[in-house]
Design a protein around this ligand. Structure first.
Ligand SMILES: Cc1cc2nc3c(=O)[nH]c(=O)nc-3n(C[C@H](O)[C@H](O)[C@H](O)COP(=O)(O)OP(=O)(O)OC[C@H]3O[C@@H](n4cnc5c(N)ncnc54)[C@H](O)[C@@H]3O)c2cc1C
Ligand SMILES: NC(=O)c1ccc[n+]([C@@H]2O[C@H](COP(=O)([O-])OP(=O)(O)OC[C@H]3O[C@@H](n4cnc5c(N)ncnc54)[C@H](O)[C@@H]3O)[C@@H](O)[C@H]2O)c1
Length: 458
């Protein structure tokens, strides 16, 4: 098929793809950005931004409910409409990406809406509503396909009107009851939001604890908050069968319990379809879950990959970080290679569960000489003053030989902000002795870091 030669083709315009494409176009390259859905990807339309608007709504409800313990009386009547309106009008412009397309075109790039398939090295065949179009990339093919919700093979599930994150973000009405299946970051954020808006919520997680990727202390702390807020928690179990009778879902759990709810939200992880993307035509494995990249995001000759598909943590900040490195490599203008030692992660529950660097178990598995310390937020001066909603802790994982922090977890109000100080410390490998000499403002949440550092020195 005759094709069109361009400098670069970016397949998938999630946060990373959009960033690379914009950088290359700004540098004067002839760039085609391809996305079958919306320019911007999952984050602005179905993930980070709309879910954080939900979280914000839920958070003000929770604060208002704390008024009787601290400041008088308040009656709280949750209403989903302002949240749904904000998501439709402010976050997603009714799931319309015109502004993003104009922004990209403003850099000199060209956007093609369609599904891109790699048909040979450097060549992408795009299926659009107007037919197929072939592009050949002279300098760079960049892959940023992101991920789709993964749906587990549970008997009866497929064909039922269950939600994934996409339906949950688009909903304008709330069910009276909800089962959240899968309690990683996505499930946790949704479960607490919907529960705080009055939905009778059950959180089901197959691992022995909620948020299994977090430190065990963090899981324990957030589980206590969830149960305290009336969320029913079931861990170490999953559904063996799902049934929908036209009105309600019934889930049979392998523990023998049966759950019923008006809605089911499946948040059991994500999946990338590399066969559909055609990466076999680059000599890459199509049955893999991720595309292996080197420190400059090179995946194959003339091909770079960025974002969730690289398997280096599924976060918008990582996708954009990788995009900067990939673009510099394509342009031959950068020496930077990716360094994930201080990659941060924040799950926006209340309290937020934030982490950076290595968990204790990972540091031990790597054979590091490890020492850890944990301090509780409620017994810190700020936590004690804060009172209602003061749950949480700070944990630091130290490499005793190098005397540096290699990982940290913060569970606290605005824990993601508190994490900042520890993220800098892990990133710069500052000595613990040096950190102990810092003056930390009194009475802040981050001052609890001092208590942890003192314990590490004992
Ligand atoms: C509910 C939820 C909440 C989240 N909250 C946060 C958060 O608070 N903070 C955070 O950092 N991360 C969060 N994440 C993760 C975040 O959304 C992703 O890490 C982020 O979107 C980066 O993904 P990406 O760049 O790999 O591409 P994506 O955003 O996944 O976009 C990829 C794009 O490529 C398109 N595409 C795929 N294949 C093709 C093809 N063959 N041809 C054409 N187009 C294609 C897709 O349609 C999509 O538009 C959240 C995720 C979810 C699900
Ligand atoms: N705030 C953020 O930065 C943020 C928010 C959401 C998601 N993300 C990222 O997006 C990615 C996807 O998150 P996610 O939560 O969808 O996936 P995940 O893989 O992190 O969590 C899925 C959870 O579902 C459980 N599970 C799997 N199958 C199950 C089953 N059949 N029954 C019950 N439980 C089951 C798993 O044990 C796991 O805990 C993650 O890498 C996450 O870090 C980031």
């Amino acid at each position: 098929m005759p094709g069109e030669e361009v400098d670069a083709v970016v397949v998938g315009m999630g946060p990373g793809g959009e960033d690379v494409a914009g950088r290359l176009a700004t540098a004067g390259l002839n760039v085609v950005g391809v996305d079958n859905l919306l320019l911007g990807g999952e984050c602005p339309y179905y993930a980070c931004i709309p879910t954080k608007m939900m979280v914000r709504g839920a958070e003000v409800l929770a604060e208002a409910r704390r008024v009787p313990r601290l400041a008088g009386d308040a009656r709280v009547s949750p209403d989903w409409t302002p949240v749904a309106d904000r998501i439709r009008d402010e976050a997603t412009t009714d799931w319309d990406d015109r502004a993003a397309v104009e922004r990209f075109e403003g850099t000199g790039g060209r956007f093609v809406r369609g599904f891109g398939r790699v048909t040979s090295p450097g060549e992408v065949t795009v299926s659009t509503s107007a037919g197929e179009h072939v592009f050949r990339a002279r300098r760079a093919l960049v892959l940023n396909p992101g991920t789709e919700p993964a749906v587990p093979p549970i008997e009866g599930l497929s064909g039922t009107p269950f939600w994934t994150n996409r339906e949950a973000v688009r909903t304008r009405t709330l069910p009276s009851s909800l089962v959240v299946l899968g309690c990683g970051p996505v499930g946790m954020e949704f479960a607490q939001v919907f529960a705080r808006f009055g939905v009778a919520t059950t959180a089901v997680e197959s691992s022995p604890r909620l948020l299994p990727g977090a430190e065990p202390e963090a899981s324990a702390s957030i589980t206590e908050v969830f149960t305290g807020e009336g969320i029913t928690v079931r861990t170490g179990t999953s559904a063996t069968r799902v049934h929908h009778d036209g009105n309600r879902f019934t889930l049979e759990l392998d523990s023998g319990e049966t759950l019923t709810a008006e809605q089911l939200l499946v948040t059991t992880g994500r999946h990338a379809d590399l066969a559909a993307l055609g990466v076999g035509n680059l000599g890459l494995r199509e049955d893999a879950e991720t595309i292996d990249v080197d420190g400059r995001m090179r995946a194959a000759e003339g091909t770079w990959a960025v974002g969730d598909v690289t398997g280096h943590g599924a976060f918008t900040h990582t996708s954009i970080y990788q995009a900067r490195i990939a673009a510099a490599d394509v342009l031959g203008s950068g020496e930077e290679t990716a360094d994930y030692r201080a990659e941060p992660a924040v799950t926006f529950t209340d309290p937020e569960v934030a982490s950076v660097g290595m968990s204790e178990s990972r540091a031990r598995a790597q054979g590091l000489p490890v020492r850890t310390a944990v301090a509780a937020i409620p017994s810190s001066p700020r936590g004690w003053i804060h009172k209602a909603g003061n749950d949480g802790l700070i944990k630091v994982v130290a490499d005793t030989e190098r005397d540096i922090p290699v990982g940290a977890t913060v569970v606290a109000p605005l824990g993601g902000e508190v994490l900042g100080a520890l993220a800098v410390a892990v990133h710069t490998q500052v000595h613990l002795a040096q950190l102990r000499r810092m003056i930390l403002a009194y009475p802040t949440f981050h001052r609890t870091i001092e208590t942890v550092l003192d314990q590490l020195a004992e």
